[in-house]
Write a protein that binds this ligand. Sequence first.
Ligand SMILES: [Zn+2]
Length: 506
Amino acid sequence: MRVMQPYEFERIRKIFYKLKQYRVRYQQPIDPLFFKQEDWVPYEQGSYFGEKNTYYQLKGSFQVPADWVGNPCVLQVYSSLSEWDNTTNPQIKIYLDDTYVQAIDVNHREVTLAEGYQQKAVKLKIDLFSGRSDKPFPLHINLLALDPVVNELWFDFYTLFDSWRAIRAFGGDEAFYQQVLGQVANVLDFRTPYSAAFYESLAKAKQLLASCYLPAHTPKQKVTAVGHTHIDLAWLWTAQQAIEKGERSFQTVLKLMEEYPDYTFFQSQPQLYLSMKTHYPELYAAIKEKVREGRWEVDGAMWVEADCNLTSGESLVRQILYGKRFMKEEFQVDSRILWLPDVFGYSAALPQILRKTNTPYFMTTKLSWNQFNQIPYDSFYWQGIDGSRVLTHFITTISEGYSPRDYYTTYNGLLDPYTIKGSFERYQQKDQHDEILIAYGYGDGGGGPTKEMLEVQKRLQKTLPDMPTITGNHVGAFLIDWQILLRKNLAQSGTANCTLNTIVEH
Ligand SMILES: [Zn+2]
């Protein structure tokens, strides 16, 4: 029988962070760098500059040292501002040899260098938007070589360790995780980093971690996880800045899609797409290509994620008419989901409008931002004034530091084991459905999903004990499957024993 040991979690966490230190094998600053004023002047790394809402340019060059070959190289770019709010921080565009490669923001600090940039001198150009902060900030730009074995193992370890954190918080076989991670911590040999003994110990650790996943079976707790970046077209910035936030975020999405073949992304709001088409035709063409490949899901029904409290019925109808028409004409997509994650109230006329516009699904999270009234359902048929009903689903994604007992949920989800497990526990219709929906990624200029999230996404497609498994990656498929299952549940149970019995399908 396995027994819980005091301080074992803390001991293993220490070793886990020690492993992370060995992820970077070589490092050197980009030097010299130049800053554009009237003319180009030298920029000393770490020196402070920046007024709010201002654009800057920097340039330099680099060449990966010959003895780094064989190690994956990344360009690391960051400023010292790191408030949680994506919108406050500088947002940066990285050009290599005059080709725009990826954007950088507080959540995305590394650009993986493709092979072609690792064997020659490369021109670096940086376009920087300072963001909304009044504080000057420093910039740091380094060339890093990662140790590929440590890098992979660190994400393996992280996935298991954070699953243990989730199990500790939300219940499950904690002793299993303690035992296996204790064994991993014990085999790791850091005495001579990068020596044969070091790599031998890493190989043993990898094997132990791999043995934790259950063999092929039908998972009991399932997650549809789709990448997303929620962008307010009108909030704390100008209309032009909203367009640029979209452009930078989408460029980062496309770059990470090259690196992660299983990465799929969902985006609403034809107005945002139209802005890309108008101002960034190349980016727009690349998005269209991903839509064709089935990796970029276009839906959401309305032209923008519109206010629904003060708007007239005609305006709501036109939101959907123009929204759906654009998606049909531009992407050959028949939009079926009203996607309003961040709208503060919903007209009771909406179900009728949705039914009559052939939009049978509705998704939001916003009703959970309420300290007084808690709706006991996350999945239900919403009935409007005239009796029309739409299948409604609330995203149940919890935020870091929140528990499933907190009613609050988010559309800016993380994708880590703690969030996945907590969000499953938070779902109020577990007796009806064994699957939740998570839209993960940073919004409002935050660049969407990160490498860390995509590494977890890759690993949790297999099942760990007592953890949910990622089985889907499209919102539309999630809602259609749920509707089919719901019909079956209702047919089997009559309505007597069904928590949805008060709201049967129209
Ligand atoms: Zn918003």
